[in-house]
Design a protein around this ligand. Structure first.
Ligand code: NAP
Length: 457
């Protein structure tokens, strides 16, 4: 039976890897999630037959059923804009599960090998920090916890808590199986506290990057605990999650042109930098009828969606408008910035949900050269990702961030509700440019007006 179990774990692990690979493209992503989920189901079911599991079947089944029901209902109900906090919560659960396994292992296992115990302790620290940190990230994104908590010498206090956690972990490793239970409890309490303290000074707006980092940590913790338990499915799943999380964190940091240390230890997203806000020119308004005419008689229109489109849930109307333009012979393309919205792939998911075909959706690198030959760029609910200050103003906090060069187009229409700034809290130079017109209103209402105006032409 043991061999069969190992083979099934291996198949489960293969399914995780194949599933993750499929998630790399929006065309196969849905299938990838199903495959990975099937791998998880296989691994869970076969564990019932594990020779070391001889009791607690009812508890296991009740826990799995409860978790499954809660996850199913919340997954069905969650709004797209609330997805980052949902991921934070699930990620926290993963870290918590790794930490719980570590606690049981440290309490019950007779360690004969220092390396195994060291990995158990490392998995415990990392999983616990990811657990409490992710819960704080969830609370911030959900609006349960407002603002940042900062106090003097904070980084030093955090460093002290971290050193105490590591010292307690070291004490456990050095004492083999003979440490006091109090040491283990204190070790977990300090690790929990460190996760909280590390996250409270970070602004809510930076949370997606932090969540991705905790995701990588959760993977690492699961991988370590998988090694300790000699479970290949856990090891592979952990390593896959750990490396995917690390790459995603790097990608987000790179697309925002900010090192991770800057996300963790600075104050971006909590307000702009005064110097960078000086802009010249004025914002010029336009109405939806004129915009409809402009687009209807254009050869090429590029649509740049951003966070505001997600808030307005305007994607369906935008797609309806696109189809009308296409029927008139206008070439319409969508341009997606890697960090448009509040999580990677945010815009791709929304557009896919509305039915926009993938072959008219372009990444930053693919589309940036096309702006000078574009007649109309329609920026809908995007702000920072089209701010030319990133290219031109070294004093700007977003300086160096790659942006979509919308300002190079012949005409730019910006749809937004009012004078609200974007995520970085700074003024956008594009809105004041000579070739830019502002179309004020909620994204969905404006897209609806454009659809109506186009019909009347
Ligand atoms: P953004 O800079 O946050 O700007 C969104 C704009 O949408 C705002 O200016 C807002 O202006 C407008 N808006 C809000 N609700 C609207 C509605 N109902 N209808 C119409 N407009 C609405 O968005 P972005 O250009 O997508 O940039 C994303 C930002 O998030 C970047 O700075 C990026 O670094 C950051 N970020 C992204 C990720 C990621 O993974 N995607 C992760 C971390 C951080 P009004 O209030 O005036 O309407």
């Amino acid at each position: 039976m043991d061999l069969i179990i190992q083979i099934i774990y291996f198949i489960g692990a293969l399914l995780f890897i194949l599933g993750l690979k499929m998630m790399g493209s929006p065309i196969t992503a849905r299938k990838g999630i199903v495959w990975a989920g099937f791998g998880m189901l296989l691994a869970t079911l076969i564990t019932y037959f594990h020779s070391e599991i001889t009791h607690n079947y009812i508890w296991m089944t009740v826990a799995i059923a409860l978790g499954g029901i809660v996850a199913y209902i919340s997954g069905k109900k969650v709004a797209m804009t609330d997805m980052p906090q949902m991921i934070a919560l699930y990620n926290g659960m993963g870290g918590g599960a790794a930490a719980a396994i570590a606690a049981v292992v440290l309490l019950k296992m007779e360690f004969t090998n220092g390396i195994v115990q060291t990995l158990a302790v490392l998995g415990a620290v990392i999983g616990t920090v990811a657990f409490s940190g992710s819960l704080i990230a969830f609370a911030k994104l959900q609006g349960l916890m407002k603002g940042v908590i900062r106090f003097p010498m904070q980084q030093w206090v955090n460093a002290l808590v971290f050193v105490i956690t590591l010292t307690l972990g070291l004490a456990i490793i050095l004492s083999g199986n003979n440490y006091a239970i109090g040491t283990l409890v204190a070790f977990f309490v300090f690790a929990l506290a460190f996760g909280v303290m590390m996250t409270i000074p970070i602004g809510g707006a930076d949370m997606p990057v932090v969540i991705s980092l905790y995701n990588a940590l959760t993977g690492l913790a699961v991988g370590f605990e998988g090694y300790v338990l000699g479970n290949p499915a856990m090891m592979i799943a952990g390593v896959v999650v750990g490396s995917a999380g690390t790459l995603l964190t790097q990608l987000m940091a790179k697309a925002m042109n900010r090192p991770i240390s800057n996300v963790l230890f600075s104050n971006f997203g909590e307000g702009g930098d005064g110097e960078a806000q000086a802009v010249s020119g004025s914002m010029k308004e336009i109405d939806s009828t004129d915009v409809a005419v402009m687009m209807a008689f254009a050869e090429k229109v590029v649509i740049i969606p951003g966070y505001g489109m997600a808030v307005a849930q305007a994607q369906h109307k935008v797609w309806e408008m696109t189809k009308q333009l296409q029927e008139r012979g206008v070439t319409v393309k969508f341009a997606i910035h890697p960090v448009a919205g509040r999580m990677p792939g945010h815009m791709n998911v929304l557009l896919a949900e509305a039915g926009v075909p993938y072959d008219i959706i372009y990444d930053l690198d693919e589309i940036n050269e096309e702006f000078p030959t574009t007649d109309v760029v329609l920026v809908i609910g995007a702000n920072d990702v089209v701010n030319p200050a990133a290219r031109t103003d070294p004093a700007s906090p977003i300086y160096g961030m790659p942006i979509l060069n919308a300002d190079y187009a012949k005409n730019v229409i910006v749809v937004k509700r009012g004078k609200g700034t974007g995520f970085s809290g700074i003024e956008n130079h594009l809105f004041f440019a000579d070739n830019t017109r502002m179309l004020y209103g909620d994204g969905q209402d404006v897209a609806n007006d454009l659809v109506t105006s186009l019909k009347e032409l």
